[in-house]
Ligand binder design. Structure first.
Ligand SMILES: CC(C)(COP(=O)(O)OP(=O)(O)OC[C@H]1O[C@@H](n2cnc3c(N)ncnc32)[C@H](O)[C@@H]1OP(=O)(O)O)[C@@H](O)C(=O)NCCC(=O)NCCS
Length: 213
């Protein structure tokens, strides 16, 4: 569990990150708040804790998947292949069939019971040329929960799923124009494979990153 103000473990042993939301006036402690809330330096965390739970969605969760995915496509339209216009017309059956797929998983992060982010795992395909790998897709964290380890929790659970499925590697494509996402993935243990592709838009290269499981 993490303090929702300073992002530190409740035990206080987690050294907070210094991100772009850092406010020099607040010093290193204030820098840890990720732009959500700030606390003055030296204030001790006591009961300001946020519980992040990650769960695997089932078919009957289709409406929450639709809601969170549409929010992601509105908030970060340049991060995904799919567009809001393409997703908003999908039917209930379309969403249900995504969740019915037995070779894929959709994970939802809930922070204090509120949807805070999502990620999808699927078998790697022809673009990845690695039959022993799973592919991470659709990673998104609500801006108000960024910098608070929600993406770490989603990644940890996706790695667990990938191992259960006997995959040897977890892959992902990240736009070169998304430095925050790339920095997160490096911190989470992914490394660039050296492959860079422009599948749909020649002006927007993607780098393939990999983590050995
Ligand atoms: C990608 C995403 C899930 C990461 O979650 P997050 O909570 O923002 O990640 P974190 O804050 O834990 O980590 C981000 C890292 O980038 C760093 N960072 C922040 N802004 C940065 C920038 N402009 N340039 C470089 N690094 C940056 C942070 O310092 C942090 O690195 P550190 O932990 O080594 O200090 C989230 O930002 C998101 O949903 N983005 C929009 C959708 C998206 O891009 N999805 C990925 C598709 S491949």
């Amino acid at each position: 569990m993490f303090c929702k103000i300073c992002n530190a473990l409740q035990s206080g042993t987690d050294e907070p990150d210094v991100g772009p939301a850092a406010d020099p006036a607040l010093g290193r402690a204030g820098a840890a708040c990720g732009g959500v809330l700030r606390r003055p330096p030296n204030r001790v965390c006591q009961d300001e804790v946020m519980t992040v739970l990650v769960r695997r969605l089932a078919e009957d969760d289709w409406a929450i998947l639709r809601e969170v995915r549409l929010r992601a496509l509105i908030e970060a339209p340049g991060s995904f292949y799919q567009t809001y216009d393409g997703a908003v017309v999908l039917t209930e059956e379309d969403w249900r069939s995504r969740l019915r797929s037995t070779d894929k998983v959709t994970l939802l992060a809930e922070a204090d019971g509120q949807p805070a982010g999502m990620v999808v795992g699927a078998p790697a395909g022809p673009d990845e040329r690695d039959p022993d790998a799973a592919l991470m897709l659709s990673m998104w964290v609500d801006p108000s929960f960024r910098g608070q380890r929600v993406a770490d929790e989603l990644t940890t659970e996706l790695i667990a799923w990938s191992r259960e499925q006997q995959y040897k590697r977890l892959l992902l494509w990240v736009y070169d124009a998304a430095p925050r996402a790339a920095a997160f993935y490096r911190r989470a243990g992914f490394e660039p494979t050296g492959r860079v592709e422009t599948f749909y838009d020649p002006t927007r290269p993607l780098t393939l990153m990999s983590q050995t499981l």
